[in-house]
Design a protein around this ligand. Structure first.
Ligand code: 1GP
Length: 240
């Protein structure tokens, strides 16, 4: 379990981790080489692949293309079972613990087992928590769950802690792809204080300042998707 060990190590060494999220549904496979080259020259440490509405096989095709051009670990961040492919290195086995839809708490997981039987993927159980950010997000729409109200921070903290006590190895605070505002610093910091396991933060991070803030308040790994997809110039402030 090299991917998880590396994440754990980063906590003690205080090295901050950055995952660039590529959504197979929004990404043109022909751009892979140039885009991955930019990732290679940036401070990114991981590549995540996944999305809420990906067509069958699109993820597999994209991952095998990505692997040609980078040595970074490619980790699946799947919206559905069809996105699971052994071409990747790891899999965030996400349970949407902010919601109360049994399909996304355990149903999809059961359905994925035939695919995972002989898998070479490093499977990392992850508690996934969707937080309200002012507008409806794809995760909310697809999973038919409500995000957690951002004012009830204690409830968010308790949810994260419950995930950890259930054995989840990572907790992911999600504002939703393309969120207007990232998860607010107070939430990050109060959740971080209660957790032993590493904390991932993503959704709506568009500036270096917001990235640094997420780290400052306790994120161990930050995920950026939309901002890099829409404006590759953002890579310039993320240079190694
Ligand atoms: C979404 O947290 C990720 O699931 C990244 O969000 O696309 O807004 O960067 P963005």
């Amino acid at each position: 379990n090299i991917i998880y060990q590396n994440i754990l190590k980063s906590i003690t060494s205080k090295e901050k981790l950055l995952a660039v999220l590529i959504d197979p549904d929004k990404f043109t496979v022909n751009n892979t080489e140039t885009f991955i080259e930019k990732i290679n020259q940036s401070i990114a440490t991981h590549i995540f692949v996944g999305g809420s509405t990906v067509k069958a096989n699109a993820a597999e095709l994209l991952v095998s293309e990505i692997k040609k051009y980078t040595g970074l670990h490619v980790v699946l961040f799947p919206g559905d079972v069809t996105q699971i492919t052994n071409e990747a290195d790891g899999l965030l086995f996400l349970s949407l613990i902010s919601g109360r839809n049994p399909e996304y708490l355990i149903g999809k997981h059961v359905a994925s087992i035939s695919k995972l039987k002989d898998t070479t993927l490093e499977v990392i159980p992850t508690g996934y928590i969707l937080i309200e950010n002012g507008k409806e997000t794809a995760v909310q729409r697809v999973t038919e769950t409500q995000p957690m109200p951002k004012n009830n921070i204690q409830n968010i903290v308790d949810t994260a802690k419950a995930g950890e006590l259930l054995g989840m190895k990572l907790i992911y605070l999600e504002a939703g792809s393309g969120a207007k505002e990232p998860v607010n610093p107070e939430i990050i910091s109060l959740v971080k204080q209660e957790l032993q396991v590493p904390l991932i933060v993503g959704g709506g991070i568009k500036t270096k300042k917001q990235l640094d803030n997420a780290y400052k308040f306790g994120a161990d790994l930050v995920v950026i998707g939309t901002a890099l997809e829409e404006d590759e110039l953002f890579f310039e402030v993320l240079h190694k």
